[in-house]
Design a protein around this ligand. Structure first.
Ligand SMILES: [Zn+2]
Length: 839
């Protein structure tokens, strides 16, 4: 909807009376598409006209903290992945030599190159550009006569059908490269590949899990070429891709976190061809469906610790680093397609709050899952609280996460490319705010440069200074964030009476002159959000920033090399707090303090914000507990029952309000993006009848140990209460003695104090047809009395039946522990899925 609230008459003239009669100010709920000014490749007919158009990579030069993120990325993992991980080595890689065999020919290198190239173009870093060019030249040389490109193995790798997924990433690589270089080979290359796609049998097209879920990526590249060549058959291909894609138009087609973060938007992309609003609405509906259940905590993501799982909605679940960057990419795309400012708000929520803490401050490592409540980032197995077994939370530059390490590359570069967008009416739109400089064409062609100075989101003021050779009439669009009810805009010191409303664009069309300065203030206020779907937990926000408890950090190296270390991060200060909030006004009692960068570089006169703090610069890496320039203090009480589970995973929230007799304390909160161990969704402390007690978890009934346990299996499986469907069940945690074969092995429980026992039940693991574990040849049970292990007496049972518990009874005995001793079958190993001890 386009809503005009005001025009020239509503402008307050400043001292200089600078506004002329043709000045026009409008508040728009969305940017409208229209016949394009044709300065940049916008949607061609018959596609729905573009409201906002991406500028070619390189048009925007990021500055300030965003530039720092990119430079740190260059010096960190992304800039050095070719030295670190096997998939990005040039020699012998199936992307440089398409006949090469092995595992270098799938998504990893394309994931990395997709952001690595853009990192070079955005930073104008010649070394990276040259490295990326080497890969791109090799890629261009892989094209076959029929248009296929890339590793030959992929042509038939899905049961004889082509795996189109990795090529989707390479299409993105080529798009950015073309925008950067103007290389005339790229569009014909992509066109030949799309010809091949058009003739590929529809029954086999988008075969396989990943291609089908992520075909929207392919669709975007087809429209990119169409908008440059106008060849009508490309729209036939686009329709075919839409038909063969998973049915995201009909709802959430898949609950894998990364699939969701890419796939949900596909109908929004297809909207521009269908002209049916229901497709654009479907993308929003998919987003709401996911976030309405799984996104009920701060940070802009959702609970998908691989997949969204019914019941696992707690703020501890987190989502993959891949999910963060793909969600960003989707939101950026939908901002341009829809002209709706809310998508840009959603970008900022992730970029300021979640993405920075998914990485170490030096961007030399990342972790798989980043969530709103995570207090111990160790490498231990957190299943089944988290879905995946194995390390998910420790930071690593290495191969442990494989997808994220490569895919993270495009997060910051793409973000920097979307700060400014072209509008259909020949203007420019400040879509995402960060210090930068943009040089672009406006109106009917002249070039303008806008210098954006700000420390936003760590300051509220954004200063835009224009330069151009001749005065020029064109519109500037400013996004007003959804959280900002009272924006203030001044042009050359003259305040505008109407400066927009939350979730809108302010369109200022006037004859701009070199030296014009536009100042935008986006006042931020403290707010408290209650998560009614997540046990009534509460979170503190300030403008676009969420706040987390500041927790002392102990970084402990747990692998890697001196230069590229793996780290676990442990809390050194208490974290189990509930907030004490004023019952009438939740924000009363919260106090904001500004730190280092109080007066931003946007306001060198030192008059902004409070005007009393001396001029200090924002730290190069502001996303650390010490450098981040904002603090909130709040009242809180500890909740003794809120602990880590036996695997070091924070226990889930209990319903608020929560009773606590602990002393009232003052705690410090810092912006979420700077907090790696963090609590962001807090229980609220309460009293009276409606308050709940937080149950103190029972001490473990025993501790388990074994003669041996295979690395990726876990001794915790013995007693995790997760029962298998059968002995060969691959879907539940398990304990195995693998790779010991034919040996005598044991597993035991030690009780905290001697107890009477008279029966055990054992569910054996056996993966016949899949692996080399079998039920044991025989077994027996020993009981610990004093320091001695003795066989139990009158034992009956010792069964080894499949697909059920094997119950063994014996003469009741008071024991300090029980031990199962097995004789493994010759040449086979064995394992146990669950072991219960009865009275
Ligand atoms: Zn990943």
């Amino acid at each position: 909807m386009r809503l005009t609230l005001t025009a020239a008459a509503a402008i307050l003239l400043g001292a200089h009376g600078l506004f002329a009669a043709e000045d026009d100010v409008q508040v728009l709920e969305e940017v409208a598409g229209g016949p394009s000014a044709a300065l940049y490749p916008a949607n061609r007919p018959p596609l729905v006209p573009s409201p906002l158009v991406k500028l070619p990579v390189g048009a925007i030069t990021p500055r300030g903290w965003l530039r720092s993120q990119l430079e740190i990325e260059r010096d960190g993992m992304t800039g050095h992945l070719a030295e670190l991980l096997p998939w990005c080595k040039f020699a012998g890689n199936a992307w440089s030599d398409p006949q090469a065999k092995g595992h270098s020919g799938w998504e990893e290198m394309p994931y990395w190159l997709k952001g690595y190239g853009d990192l070079g173009y955005v930073l104008k870093d010649e070394k990276i550009i040259a490295q990326a060019r080497r890969w791109i030249e090799a890629l261009l040389a892989t094209q076959q006569a029929d248009g296929w490109f890339g590793p030959r193995e992929l042509r038939k790798s899905l049961e004889g059908k082509a795996d189109l997924w990795p090529n989707m990433l390479m299409l993105n690589v080529l798009q950015s490269y073309c925008e950067h270089s103007g290389d005339r080979r790229v569009v014909p290359f992509m066109t030949r590949y799309f010809r091949w796609q058009l003739q590929y049998p529809e029954a086999d097209f988008m075969a396989g899990y990943w291609p089908k879920m992520r075909a929207g990526d392919n669709l975007e590249s087809v429209y990119w070429v169409y908008n440059r060549t106008g060849e009508p058959w490309l729209l036939e291909l686009a329709a075919k891709i839409h038909r063969c894609c998973a049915p995201w138009s009909a709802g959430v087609a898949n609950w894998h976190g990364v699939n969701l973060s890419q796939g949900f938007r596909e109908p929004g992309e297809y909207f521009i061809q269908s002209h049916e609003r229901r497709f654009l609405d479907a993308a929003e509906r998919n987003y709401q469906t996911v976030m309405g259940t799984y996104g009920q905590f701060p940070g802009g993501g959702f609970a998908a610790d691989e997949n969204c799982r019914p019941g696992y909605v707690d703020p501890r679940q987190g989502c993959e680093t891949c999910t963060w960057v793909e969600f960003l990419h989707s939101f950026e795309m939908l901002t341009r397609i829809s002209g709706n400012p809310t998508w840009a708000d959603r970008c900022e929520e992730i970029a300021f709050n979640s993405l920075p803490a998914a990485l170490t401050p030096d961007e030399k490592g990342l972790h798989y899952l980043t969530g709103a409540n995570m207090v111990q980032l160790d490498r231990g197995n957190k299943a089944p609280g988290l879905q995946n077994r194995g390390t998910m939370l420790s930071y690593s530059p290495g191969a442990v996460y494989r997808c994220c390490q490569h895919n993270v590359s495009h997060g910051w570069p793409y973000y920097a490319e979307e700060l400014w967008l072209a509008t259909a009416d020949g203007g420019l739109c400040a879509s995402l705010y960060a210090a930068s400089e943009v040089t672009a064409n406006v109106a009917d062609g002249p070039t303008v440069t806008i210098s954006e100075t700000t420390d936003y989101p760590f300051s509220e003021t954004i200063r835009l200074e224009l330069s151009m050779s001749e005065p020029e009439q064109f519109p500037l669009y400013l996004r007003i964030p959804r959280w900002c009810p009272k924006p203030a805009v001044a042009v050359n010191g003259a305040a505008l009476a109407v400066a927009g409303k939350p979730a809108s664009y302010l369109r200022i069309s006037r004859r701009w002159t070199a030296g014009d300065v536009l100042t935008l203030r986006l006042p931020m206020t403290l707010g408290v959000r209650r998560w009614v779907k997540n046990k009534d937990a509460v979170s503190v926000a300030f403008g676009p920033l969420w706040f987390s408890l500041k927790i002392g950090e102990r970084w402990q190296r747990c692998g890697g090399s001196e230069q590229w270390p793996d780290y676990e991060v442990f809390p050194t200060t208490p974290w189990n707090y509930g907030l004490v909030l004023d019952e009438h006004l939740a924000t009363r009692g919260l106090e904001l303090a500004r730190g280092l960068s109080q007066v931003s570089s946007a306001c060198p006169s030192g008059q902004a914000e409070t005007g009393t703090v001396p001029f200090r610069r924002l730290a190069r890496q502001p996303f650390t507990p010490d450098a981040v320039p904002l603090r909130v203090t709040a009242k809180a009480r500890k909740i003794p029952g809120w602990t880590l589970d036996r695997r070091g995973l924070i226990n889930v929230l209990q319903p608020s309000p929560v009773r606590s007799a602990e002393p009232l304390e003052t705690v410090t909160l810092i912006p979420m993006g700077a907090a790696r161990p963090r609590i962001t969704a807090f229980p609220q402390i309460g009293q009276g009848a409606e308050a709940h007690d937080w149950p103190v978890p029972a001490a473990p009934a025993f501790t388990a140990s074994a003669s041996h346990c295979w690395d990726s299996d876990t001794i915790d499986a013995l007693s995790d209460g997760i029962l298998p469907a059968r002995s060969g069940d691959q879907g539940v945690p398990r304990f195995t003695w693998w790779d010991h074969r034919g040996t005598t092995e044991w597993v035991q429980y030690d009780f905290p104090k001697p107890r009477e026992v008279s029966a055990v039940e054992v569910y054996w693991f056996d993966d016949t047809g899949h692996g080399e574990c079998r039920v044991p040849a025989s077994w027996k049970l020993l009981a610990k009395q004093g320091q001695a292990w003795k066989p139990v007496e009158e034992a009956a049972g010792y069964g080894t039946e499949l697909d059920r518990f094997n119950r063994t009874t014996f003469r009741p005995i008071t024991a300090a522990g029980l031990r199962i001793v097995v004789e493994l079958k010759p040449n086979f190993s064995g394992g146990i899925l669950e072991w219960r001890v009865g009275p």
